[in-house]
Design a protein around this ligand. Structure first.
Ligand code: PMP
Length: 418
């Protein structure tokens, strides 16, 4: 560990088998954790262990391995509840991902609570998964979709504009905790407090925050919080919707079937208790169990430490990039790393982001280029067709950033740029 970093990246990397591979004949430098994170051996092993030692359906059998599967799956929810400061597993609904969590709210809560002419408030920083479900709901109901504008630097919310929008008493305010393009960490506690003064329900998209910064849903005060396991060292196909007991109890299940019922007669049924009333059919059992293993891993390192590590890295990256000519950086800059997650989007004047990503690939570096599923932000606000993005996690270090900077020099050389 050097320069005050508290995480020993060399040791961490040993837990992630992917770092044994080469890409384009070079050791993999993975700078795309905002898309999906890599998985430690402990998470991979937990899946193998489930299938080879106690594979059985949950909530059904009373034999030993079925009870163990049920216990491990429920334990995983308990771990998640603790990680994000929820009261209990009753607040944690397992779904496929953040997208499904938000759609569940828009469909179940939205269908009952939104009427013609109601306002729904989101922002100009949203990923499509916290945007399209609200467009669909607004269309179904004849509701009005409003956007919190960004400040003049396109870095943060324009708080005056947020307050103006609140005057319309939106039924729901749904905003991202951390932007997957700008890296901006929004003050969702303050946003929730202000929105509550207007009687709004608040949903926080935690896809980019839960993996990287300590989260406490009770301290935020939101009604809903959505996240994806695959961005936090866990497997794909599992994510969670946190909801307060009050709001989840008031909602109807979206799907009917096995496991979500208490009793069924020919013409009626009653619902299972929370959170199971929202989980119809056989769950992603391996996913839930492996998500538990991912949370164990995060806890062993410590969320505070992960955040400090990424803040140092992002500062280093911004300092390095800001000194390069003809580079445009989007989102908060090096003097505002306290509100910047480990996401750095940039453009090199004169080179298309897709070409940049190709050249990075030839150096063994994985970055993403495109609109990052945030088209209104990238095309309408930033007025770009695409941007390049590097994103960091606990297995990245300054050496990775130095390699990225060297790749930028290569881009400039190939395109004869200054
Ligand atoms: N919200 C944000 C801010 C995201 O970055 C992402 C993933 N890129 C999502 C939502 C959607 O996550 P998922 O694809 O896992 O549903």
């Amino acid at each position: 560990m050097t320069n005050g970093y508290e995480i020993n990246v060399e040791d961490i990397k040993k837990d992630f088998p992917i770092f044994k591979i080469n890409m384009s004949g070079k050791p993999l430098v993975y700078l795309d954790s905002a898309a999906t994170s890599q998985k430690p051996q402990q998470v991979i092993d937990s899946i193998v262990k489930y299938y080879s030692e106690y594979n059985a359906n949950i909530h059904r059998g009373i034999y030993d391995i079925a009870e163990r599967a049920t216990e491990e799956y429920t334990n995983s929810k308990e771990k998640l509840a603790n990680l994000i400061g929820a009261n209990s597993v009753r607040n944690i609904v397992y779904v496929r991902n953040t997208t499904e969590a938000i759609n569940l709210v828009a469909l179940s809560w939205g269908n009952t609570n939104i009427e013609k002419g109601d306002h729904i408030l989101i922002s100009d920083m949203e990923h499509h998964s916290n945007l399209v479900p609200w467009q669909l709901l607004a269309k179904r109901k004849g509701a009005i979709l409003d956007y919190i504008k960004l400040d003049s630097n396109n870095e943060k919310f324009d708080m005056e504009n947020f307050k103006e929008n609140l005057e319309k008493n939106p039924k729901i305010v749904a905003v991202t905790h951390a932007s997957n393009v700008l890296g901006t960490i929004n003050d969702v506690k303050y946003i929730t407090k202000e929105a509550k003064k207007h009687g709004s329900v608040v949903l926080v998209d935690g896809a980019q925050s839960a993996p990287h910064i300590p989260v406490n849903v009770k301290s935020i005060g939101c009604d809903f919080f959505a996240l994806s396991a695959h961005k936090m060292l866990g497997p794909t196909g599992i994510g969670a919707l946190y909801g307060t007991e009050e709001i989840l109890s008031s909602m109807e299940p979206l799907f009917g079937g096995g496991d979500m019922i208490d009793a069924v007669t020919r013409y009626s049924h009653s619902w299972n208790s929370l959170p199971w009333k929202f989980e119809a059919g056989t769950s992603n059992i391996e996913g839930g169990i492996a998500f538990g293993a991912a949370i164990d891993y995060l806890n062993t390192v410590g969320m505070e430490k992960i955040r400090r590590h990424e803040e140092k890295l992002v500062k280093y990256a911004l300092e390095s990039l800001e000194s390069i000519k003809n580079i445009e950086i989007y989102g908060p800059k090096k003097d505002e790393t306290s509100i910047k997650s480990g996401v750095v989007s940039f453009g090199i004047n004169g080179a298309h982001p897709h070409d940049v990503a190709e050249i990075f690939n030839s150096e063994g570096i994985a970055i993403r280029a495109g609109h990052h599923c945030a088209m209104p932000l990238v095309t309408e606000v930033l007025r770009k067709g695409a941007v390049s993005r590097m994103s960091f996690y606990l297995y990245n270090n300054e050496e990775d950033i130095d390699k990225a900077v060297a790749a930028i020099s290569k881009v400039k050389k190939i395109f004869h740029l200054e």
